[in-house]
Design a protein around this ligand. Structure first.
Ligand code: HEM
Length: 180
């Protein structure tokens, strides 16, 4: 996993919780580099999973909820770091449908060793989009948080739900977004 995800995670812990909690979870997570990450480096994604588990224990918030909170925070950072992806886009579904065939394609050009999920989508109506998330890392709660961040960015409200599903014979998570 790219170091940028780790540095954003650590910033979020400090901002939302505290510098002491961050220090504590770094210590408990037995990290090979003692918590020093560079944005362009690549690291084992299990290290962020360990930090999340320790954070979950320290603040008594379920792991999945934390991953979702982090996703929402991360989306805000993406809007600042990658403004080009948002140019000319004024609707959340238009943006979400571009992740797999444009945004993540550009990301892999920038960081050839990035490990990205696949998304397939089915637009059911003006107000309903289904996305199928495929990834061995099972970070679907991160995806749900990113989607919440996306709705907030475009100033719309809606409901995001997920369930286990199959997409063309492969294990997938079906994420449904219904705008109010
Ligand atoms: C400007 C928008 C976006 C950018 C620049 C971006 C970029 C990235 C980057 C750099 C990674 C890390 C790759 C690695 O660690 O090796 C990543 C992973 C990921 N992205 Fe995106 N992303 C964007 C939007 C989204 C959105 C809106 C979603 C949600 C539907 C999403 C879902 C994910 C997930 C879930 C992962 C974790 C890897 C996995 O699940 O296997 N991304 N993305």
């Amino acid at each position: 996993m790219k170091g940028m995800v780790f540095t954003e995670f650590m910033d979020m812990v400090e901002e939302v919780f505290s510098a002491d909690i961050l220090e504590d979870i770094i210590e408990k997570s037995d990290l090979p580099n003692e918590g020093a990450y560079t944005a362009v480096g690549s690291y084992d994604h299990q290290e962020i999973v360990r930090m999340m588990s320790n954070l979950s224990e320290a603040v008594a918030i379920p792991f999945g909820t934390l991953l979702e909170v982090f996703g929402k925070h991360l989306f805000g950072r993406f809007t600042e770091r990658y403004p080009a992806f948002f140019e000319g886009v004024s609707e959340p579904f238009v943006f979400l449908k571009k992740i797999d065939n444009y945004i993540h394609v550009e990301v892999i050009k920038l960081y050839p060793d990035a490990e990205l999920p696949r998304f397939y989508h089915q637009q059911k109506s003006d107000k309903e989009l289904t996305m199928y998330y495929l990834s061995s890392r099972h970070f679907e709660d991160l995806a749900v948080g990113l989607i919440h961040g996306c709705l907030a960015h475009f100033n719309v409200t809606g409901e995001v739900t997920k369930s286990e599903a199959e997409y063309q014979g492969q294990e997938a998570i079906e994420i449904t977004i219904k705008l109010f």
